[in-house]
Design a protein around this ligand. Structure first.
Ligand code: G3P
Ligand code: CA
Length: 244
């Protein structure tokens, strides 16, 4: 069965990386939620995709230059004006506390490939352990040094390198860095690569797939999970497949 991970929550319909989008993803019966974390000036881990707040909020500037309290003043639903009330940028801690009462998997993407954010891995691990969620969390990153560092600090938490470019036999690489999975851009995949990796014991979770035909193709190939903006569409597309 291929699992469905909601990319930045149910981001096709709701403001990305907000508690609202996460709650709606659970309501849509996604098996997992993918989210992105950055770090504030005062060291709080917050859930937001870009290094800057400009695209997704009514503010401007880098996340790293805001304190947590300053960030909470911003509105992540400003593009939904008149349709939604103000929605705040969530802290990772707020999300993990909420996650305890539900039953889904969470893929935390460490957004530390542009700014190194010293201590990000340690803080994320401390929070995941504090809320006893190690078995339901996956750390991913385009920063593979961070993936290795996370695994050394917390071998009980699954890790997965993200790829936007193709590498030769990525399952061998994943095993070498003790990752349990690879999270490639779906355009890098074909059935052969998915099967070789899954047969080798390395799970494949591909991003970001919003096309039903492509969802079915990868599900039939035996992919562990697809990461999509639209979990309901994925459920419809893959629901009747023998492999899903
Ligand atoms: O984790 C998969 C995917 O989210 C990586 O790309 O830019 O959407 O964070 P991006
Ligand atoms: Ca992401």
């Amino acid at each position: 069965m291929s699992l469905i991970f909601a990319h930045r929550g149910y981001s096709a319909q709701f403001p990305e990386n907000t508690m609202l989008a996460f709650q709606q993803a659970v309501k849509a019966e996604a098996h997992g939620i993918e989210l992105d974390i950055q770090m504030t000036k005062d060291g709080e881990l917050v859930i937001i995709h870009d290094e800057k707040v400009n695209r997704t909020t009514d503010g401007s500037g880098y996340v790293k230059d805001f304190t947590y309290n300053e960030l909470r003043m911003l509105n992540s639903a400003y593009k939904y004006k008149g349709k939604l009330p103000k929605v705040q940028i969530p802290a990772l801690e707020e999300f993990l506390e909420w996650m305890q009462q539900a039953d889904f998997i969470c893929n935390i993407e460490l957004k530390n490939n542009q700014f190194p954010y010293t201590g990000m891995e340690e803080k994320a691990i401390e929070l995941v352990r504090r809320y006893c969620l190690s078995e339901r969390v996956i750390f991913s990153s385009f920063n593979h040094y961070s993936i290795v560092h996370s695994h050394r600090l917390a071998p009980e938490i699954e890790t997965a390198p993200l790829f936007s470019d193709g590498i030769y036999q990525p399952w061998i690489y994943a095993k070498a860095i003790k990752a349990a999975a690879i999270h490639p851009n779906h355009r890098l995949l074909n059935k052969k690569i998915v099967r070789a990796s899954e047969d080798f014991g390395i799970k494949v979770r591909a991003y970001t797939i919003n096309n039903e035909k492509r969802m079915r193709y990868l599900s039939e190939a035996g992919i562990s999970a697809i990461i999509t903006d639209n979990p309901l569409l994925a459920k419809d597309a893959m629901g009747n497949l023998p492999n899903s």
